[in-house]
Write a protein that binds this ligand. Structure first.
Ligand code: NDP
Ligand code: HSE
Length: 428
């Protein structure tokens, strides 16, 4: 029996340094769980001097080849993020027979199947629990505990940064920019925060969840996605008055052999559990034919919570190495098509600024009716007597996205319509 398992890290930023701290502090505990020691070999970073000053006893390197060619490294944890060079590094590591743990949703959403295949061909393994939902266990349950179920729907809040921002803006009257700065300071945001606020990060995570839940390969670029950068404090306040929270919701519904998939800021009734998921918390609600509805909730970002998921994968991998037990990978079973977003049916919230004159509402209602859209309620939210404009919020009955887009296109050309601020779906 070997007396230790060698581990190296790629990246020592927000998450990487939390993983390092626990690896170095909990040696005894890991030893007991695995049955042998984890030995830290190399840590790949960009700025070796900066890291060396803080932790002189760790072997930092800029040279990836040193890690991939190190015969004493069996497990590599990838925490540099982004697509390049991470994808290339992960492929090389798997080809060289190393076991890999990653938190990288960009790469897993786009190349998950390819990397899983590489792992199988090379007797290596890849684990990625931290890639969705930060500290929440979700990849494990979907790959194992829920396998007997046919999953029919996923409704999820899977971006901690935007959930934190939307909660803070409403509860503390904080501007969008200040809320983003705060999320970055807390280490929640991606190295490029545009991925968070424009819904890209959530789209990657939804693609990963769809792959596991529906046994399909979903190309993230096929998922309709809209971020929160258009959401203003006013939208959050109007929604609140109407009895809703606005959340960046990732949703996928399987009907027959088609899925409707979208990531979009969405109004959720306050009676729904997802509307109460605030701050950096994430929640993933799944419906399975056997289990019914299950909800996984917990911290969706942050160094410590994320290190929990990563180290869980590391310990599991090390135990497998130690007992030479190999797991089968997730298999792609179904051929399923993604629905056109135009077919998506929902109630909608629409905020428009109009010229405050008689007949404007009738014009808007007329155009809606021409596109088979029925209005459920209208509120005149605010008016500006100096500009002679008024802001109105319309709530529609169920309508298709296609009809709504056509109607709004016509409405936006009306002289009496000043600006359409936001169009958001409402969860039934
Ligand atoms: P950071 O930007 O804080 O850290 C990135 C680290 O990678 C740094 O140490 C950096 O080195 C190193 N690095 C970047 N590019 C290279 C390169 N080309 N070669 C060598 N080293 C490189 O990112 P995070 O820790 O926040 O995120 C890491 C991963 O974890 C990402 O995939 C992210 O999506 C994922 N994740 C993050 C969560 C969070 O809450 N932050 C939660 C869940 C997942 P240097 O320090 O020298 O600049
Ligand atoms: N930036 C991501 C988020 C990190 O805010 O959810 C966790 O994946």
């Amino acid at each position: 029996m070997s007396d230790s398992i060698g581990i190296s890290l790629l990246g020592a930023g927000n998450v990487g340094s939390a993983v390092l701290d626990t690896l170095l502090a909990d040696v005894e505990r890991h030893n007991n769980l695995i049955g042998t020691k984890l030995k830290l070999n190399y840590v790949l970073v960009q700025d070796v001097d900066k890291h060396k000053k803080k932790s002189p006893n760790i072997h930092f390197t800029k040279d990836f080849e040193q890690i991939v060619n190190d015969p004493d490294t069996s497990i590599v944890v990838e925490l540099i993020g982004g697509e390049s060079p991470a994808k290339d590094y992960l492929s090389k590591l798997l080809k060289s027979g190393k076991h890999v743990v990653t938190a990288n949703k960009d790469v897993m959403a786009k190349y998950g199947s390819e990397l899983n295949d590489l792992a199988i061909q090379n007797n290596s393994s890849i684990k990625y629990e931290a890639s969705v939902g930060g500290g929440i266990p979700i990849i494990g349950p979907l790959s194992r505990d829920l396998l007997a179920n046919e999953i029919s729907s996923i409704s999820a809040i899977i971006n901690g940064t935007t959930n934190y921002m939307l909660s803070l803006m409403l509860s503390e009257d904080v501007s969008y920019e200040d809320a983003l700065e705060q999320a970055q300071k807390l280490g929640y945001a991606e190295p490029n925060p545009v991925n968070d606020v424009e819904g890209i990060d959530a789209t990657y995570k939804l693609a990963i969840l769809c792959g596991l839940a529906f046994h399909v390969d979903v190309d993230p670029s096929e998922i309709y996605s809209k971020g929160i950068s258009n959401i203003e404090l006013q939208d959050l306040k109007y929604a609140d008055e109407l009895g809703y929270s606005i959340k960046l919701l990732a949703k996928a519904d399987l009907i027959g052999n088609r899925i409707t998939c979208l990531v979009c800021p969405t109004l959720i009734p306050k009676s729904e559990p997802l509307s109460k998921v605030d701050g950096v918390l994430n929640a993933i609600q799944l419906k399975g034919n056997l289990v019914g509805q299950v909800v996984f909730e917990g911290p969706g970002a942050g160094a410590s919570a994320t290190s929990s998921a990563i180290l869980g994968d590391v310990i599991d991998t090390a135990k497998n190495i130690h007992s030479s037990w190999k797991e089968s990978s997730n298999s792609i079973l179904n051929k399923i098509q993604i629905n056109d977003i135009g077919d998506f049916q929902s109630r909608f919230y629409i905020r428009v600024n109009v010229i405050d004159e008689p007949g404007v509402l009738a014009t808007i209602a007329g155009i809606m009716s021409e596109h088979s859209i029925s209005i459920a309620s209208v509120i005149q939210a605010a008016s500006d007597p100096e500009k002679n404009t008024a802001q109105i919020v319309l709530i529609t009955h169920d309508a298709s996205q296609k009809n709504i887009d056509l109607a709004l296109n016509t409405i936006s050309k009306e002289k009496k319509v000043d600006k359409i601020f936001n169009l958001l779906p409402i969860v039934n």
